[in-house]
Design a protein around this ligand. Structure first.
Ligand SMILES: Nc1ncnc2c1ncn2[C@@H]1O[C@H](COP(=O)(O)OP(=O)(O)OP(=O)(O)O)[C@@H](O)[C@H]1O
Ligand SMILES: [Mg+2]
Length: 511
């Protein structure tokens, strides 16, 4: 810490929910200009602690001191008055308002008793520039990509001129390039004397920017790491309490028959570009690319959410029309979507109900849902993925972010699709569960499932794919066979560059 007096001192905070002790006497200190990373497994209590600091939730016990003075933070306004701003893990923007209105929501500048829209526009423009977001303040937030919305959240937090900025998994929906921009912003904040609490499951990032690491485990403090002790293994050991080795377990088991073949497909989002590719049964193909390259749109088209405008899709040798998701599911396609809140889970429903949602037609063969089978299925999936929930009747909205993601994955695994589309499958998921998801992907592919997954996590793309398709501006800019895998190759293609060596037939003289 740079100063003797911590700017923020959290003392023995506890928080209980029915059936869950989310925080058990957790303490924390934050110095001025310090970047403190808070890490821990899914459900460890990170978000709960941050919501308490931001006035979204009240602690049951404990004390919060700002500049050495005890403060009651019982509202967002109170947090703001103490100079604390939180960027939520789950995006919190109003979809039907524009960017400027979102940035200044609840503290709109006024002029003669009226909201001063001109000033909102001008100030928003400056802030957007600061975070490197090339957008008009008049743009509707509902029209933005998730990555852009995340950057708007960041802009919003910075605009409050907070002294303590809390970021709860800010990079989970950002591309590498956007993330780098964010790291620049964090360094600038630090140099201006602002302190940052940074939560992430991407340990590489933590290594890169944190001054100190605080580890939470099962709602308790589980140790600290000073700057010089921050490394991957030390962090994992403290979070999980055991070593995790051989992260990626991939055995190539692609078969000869194509599970899905796409020919000259055009999507609604990218009408001027076409894509063609195939995925074999038992093959895992990763789609890499920058945010906005058209990867999510491609998956949405294959799942019938936004039907193709042109081109053809062949599934199991048969020409297929996919006008809607119902048809996609009948064709054996499953989708683990990018935005779990909107498409992935029904928040008020229980873990059990959500797990069996997509399987209901099979379970309900005789016109009623087989509760026993449903219960078994949900229990089994919860166990395999290590989903942290007091019981499977718990409404999903009460689960931590990473655990919600596990429910989405469980839901699709339960259905046993022949073709599984996954959009950022491990977003927000902790190291232990990540390994479990990779294992499940590997198992599925061995059983003949064709997997097509989009990921912005470079390590994951390189580690799990048998083949990588790289997209750039709505089209496929190149394809990499496993012997060509490298971070540079992916980045070159993702930014529209060309590889020196030929992408296909590396050996030359083909028969
Ligand atoms: N409103 C709530 N009602 C009931 N339980 C809750 C509520 N909010 C959080 N919990 C529980 O408290 C625990 C801690 O959750 P929290 O969201 O703080 O975890 P986290 O460390 O942020 O996890 P993740 O990495 O998955 O985001 C979890 O077991 C969660 O299910
Ligand atoms: Mg969280």
């Amino acid at each position: 810490m740079n100063n003797d007096q911590p700017i923020l001192h959290v003392k023995e905070i506890s928080k209980r929910f029915p059936g869950v002790v989310a925080l058990d006497r957790v303490s924390l200190e934050l110095g001025q200009s310090e970047i403190l990373a808070v890490i821990g497994e899914n459900g460890a209590g990170k978000s709960t602690l941050m919501k308490i600091l931001a006035g979204n939730q009240l602690p049951d016990d404990g004390e919060i001191l700002v500049d050495g003075v005890p403060q009651t933070i019982d509202s967002v306004q109170a947090a703001r008055a103490n100079g604390i701003a939180l960027i939520h893990q789950e995006l919190n923007l109003c979809q039907n308002l524009d960017v400027g209105a979102n940035i200044f929501l609840g503290r709109e500048p006024t002029r003669g008793g009226m909201i001063d829209r001109q000033r909102i526009r001008v100030q928003s423009e400056t802030i957007l520039q600061q975070v490197g977001l090339d957008l008009s303040p008049d743009e509707l937030v509902g029209h933005l990509t998730i990555g852009q919305q995340q950057m708007v959240e960041i802009a919003k937090a910075i605009s409050t001129e907070a002294r303590i900025v809390i970021m709860d998994e800010p990079t989970s929906s950002l591309s590498q390039r956007e993330a780098n921009k964010l790291f620049d912003i964090i360094r600038q904040l630090k140099s201006r004397g602002v302190s940052v609490i940074y939560i992430s499951h991407r340990l590489g990032e933590v290594e890169l920017i944190a001054d100190r690491v605080e580890v939470l485990r099962d709602g308790r403090n589980a140790g600290q790491l000073p700057r010089h002790e921050i490394n991957h293994q030390a962090m994992v050991e403290r979070m999980v309490g055991r070593e995790i080795d051989s992260y990626y377990s991939r055995t190539d088991c692609a078969r000869d028959d194509a599970a899905i073949e796409v020919r000259r497909l055009r999507t609604f989002a990218n009408p001027h570009h076409e894509v063609s590719f195939r995925v074999q049964a038992g093959e895992i193909v990763g789609i890499a690319g920058l945010v906005g390259a058209g990867r999510t749109e491609l998956l949405m088209t294959l799942f019938g959410i936004t039907p193709a405008t042109e081109g053809s899709i062949v599934i199991g040798g048969q020409q297929a029309e996919i006008p809607d998701s119902q048809t996609a599911m009948q064709l054996g396609i499953g989708l683990v979507p990018e935005d779990r809140k909107q498409q992935g889970v029904l928040l008020p429903m229980s873990v059990r109900e959500n797990t069996s949602l997509s399987t209901l037609s099979t379970l309900a063969q005789l016109g009623f849902v087989d509760r026993g089978r449903e219960y078994e299925l949900a229990t089994e999936m919860t166990r395999r993925l290590g989903t942290r929930t007091p019981h499977i009747e718990q409404p999903v909205k009460f689960l931590s972010g990473g655990n919600q993601q596990k429910v989405v994955i469980a839901k699709w695994l339960a259905r046993e699709p022949a073709i599984l589309l996954m959009d950022e499958p491990t977003r927000g998921v902790d190291v232990g569960a990540r390994q479990e998801i990779y294992k499940l992907m590997d198992d599925l592919s061995r059983a003949g499932v064709a997997i097509l997954f989009v990921s912005s996590d470079m390590e994951e793309v390189l580690g799990m794919s048998d083949r990588i398709i790289v997209m750039h501006e709505g089209t496929i800019s190149g394809e990499l066979a496993s012997e060509q895998f490298s971070e540079e190759a992916v980045m070159t293609l993702a930014t529209g560059g060309q590889l020196d060596q030929p992408t296909h037939s590396a050996g030359g003289g083909q028969p």
